[in-house]
Design a protein around this ligand. Structure first.
Ligand SMILES: Cc1cc2nc3c(=O)[nH]c(=O)nc-3n(C[C@H](O)[C@H](O)[C@H](O)COP(=O)(O)OP(=O)(O)OC[C@H]3O[C@@H](n4cnc5c(N)ncnc54)[C@H](O)[C@@H]3O)c2cc1C
Length: 384
């Protein structure tokens, strides 16, 4: 990988074109609106339709289901670029890289045809609801239940911290269809929110970072869901489906971490060249040079590891523990690098009008969601 031009060996011509188009679009069309979204605590719903029109959604979904027919490299590119340009709040990786892939890889043919084209156009926004107020890491402990009632399931429970919770039109809800069976009794049920009686959205939560993300509470009170909305059409497959998809989710989080590091280091280099103290630029102090040398090295090492994981995933060879390693290590490093970038900006680094300030606040949650970094270490340690 070249730090200067952000091109990796796994990137083909199409990935590069996608990267250039997405960068231009986010910088010119969205960046000017980003401060408003941060203040409102939510992006406009129309961003999803705009992104759909631009071909940014479901880029790795086959064309027959309305996607752009690309591969995981396209999802990786978008996540890297989005975070490089300080737009971490946009939940597109969950929508395209996770929810659409659950449907693509685990759904029935009818489910793929029904939901994926609408997700690719932005008509439907996707969310994945696993976490509950009383359980996050321990997914087996979920209490949300779907009970057969005649021709339908009745869904009851509560979810929290759900990305895209206010905008979601289709929510894959992790629930127990067979509570006696622990992890073997978990299913993923798709709730189509429009007109879903008993479904309510709770608070759009006030967070430390990701200020424009509509991370929310969701409530299900006897929501009627037809059996054809069980992902894959068969009960009790949820845990296996989740285990199959989690490495990709973790890899996308790592893409976000590396994209943010690259963007922040670049912005910090520009800043310290301009800013003066004691008659010289901040970059002229040996401490600044050494700190930035460390930051750049850590970023390039992170990208190199990430690139090898992306290559492995493109070949279908990314293991659970390697995905855990790249998620844990890059997000830990993101925290360290971003903290240094803030320090080198002095007081301006603490002002939200500077990208590094917002990127620093956004970095914190990366070690928590998608499986905490402690859970990642637990997964790695199982194969020691
Ligand atoms: C901004 C944001 C967005 C999110 N988006 C989503 C989403 O879209 N969908 C969704 O379902 N969830 C989402 N989450 C939830 C997120 O995945 C959980 O917060 C996370 O998995 C941790 O669960 P918890 O908060 O219940 O913490 P807990 O599980 O209660 O953990 C508390 C602490 O205990 C540690 N711990 C727990 N178990 C172990 C163990 N076995 N060994 C060592 N340490 C352990 C944890 O590492 C952590 O430090 C989001 C969270 C945030 C903050």
């Amino acid at each position: 990988m070249q730090f200067e031009n952000l091109k990796s060996d796994w990137m083909n011509e199409d990935h590069v074109m996608f990267q250039d188009a997405a960068t231009k679009y986010l910088e010119t069309e969205w960046k000017p609106r980003a401060e408003g979204w941060r203040k409102d605590g939510i992006m406009e719903r129309t961003v999803w339709n705009e992104a759909g029109e631009m071909g940014l959604l479901c880029a790795s979904v086959p064309e027959e289901y309305g996607g752009a027919g690309g591969d995981f490299g396209h999802e990786a590119v978008l996540s890297l670029i989005q975070n490089h340009h300080n737009m971490a709040s946009w939940g597109q990786s969950i929508h395209s890289g996770i929810v659409a892939h659950y449907i693509l890889n685990c759904g029935t043919e009818e489910q793929k045809k029904r939901w994926l084209p609408k997700m690719a156009s932005g008509e439907m926004v996707g969310a994945l609801a696993m976490t509950e107020p009383s359980t996050g890491s321990d997914v087996q402990g979920i209490k949300t239940k779907a009970v057969k009632d005649g021709n339908v399931y009745r869904l009851n429970g509560q979810k929290t911290f759900i990305t895209c919770g206010q905008h979601a039109d289709i929510i894959l809800v992790a629930c127990k269809t067979n509570p006696e069976e622990g992890s073997k009794g978990v299913s993923l049920i798709a709730v189509e929110t429009e007109g879903a009686e008993g479904f309510t959205r709770g608070r759009n939560l006030d967070k430390v970072g990701l200020k424009a993300a509509d991370t929310s509470e969701l409530f299900f009170d006897n929501v009627s869901v037809p059996p054809e909305n069980i992902l894959g059409g068969e009960e009790n497959q949820g845990f296996y489906q989740m285990m199959g998809q989690l490495p990709q989710e973790r890899l996308l989080i790592a893409c976000g971490a590396v994209g943010a590091m690259e963007g922040a280091v670049r912005k910090t280099i520009e800043y310290v060249k301009e800013r003066k103290a004691f008659g010289k630029s901040i970059l002229d102090f040996q401490n600044t040079k050494f700190k930035l040398a460390e930051c750049k090295t850590n970023t390039v090492v992170a990208r190199t590891f990430l690139d090898s994981c992306i290559e492995a995933h493109l070949k279908g060879e990314l293991s659970v523990e390697t995905a855990a390693m790249v998620k844990y290590w890059t997000t830990d490093m993101q925290g360290k690098v971003l903290d240094e970038c803030v320090q080198l900006h002095g007081g301006y680094g603490f002002m939200m009008e500077y990208d590094v300030a917002e990127m620093w606040t956004d970095a914190r949650v990366q070690r928590i969601y998608g499986g905490t970094n402690e859970i990642m270490k637990d997964l790695i340690s199982r194969k020691l």
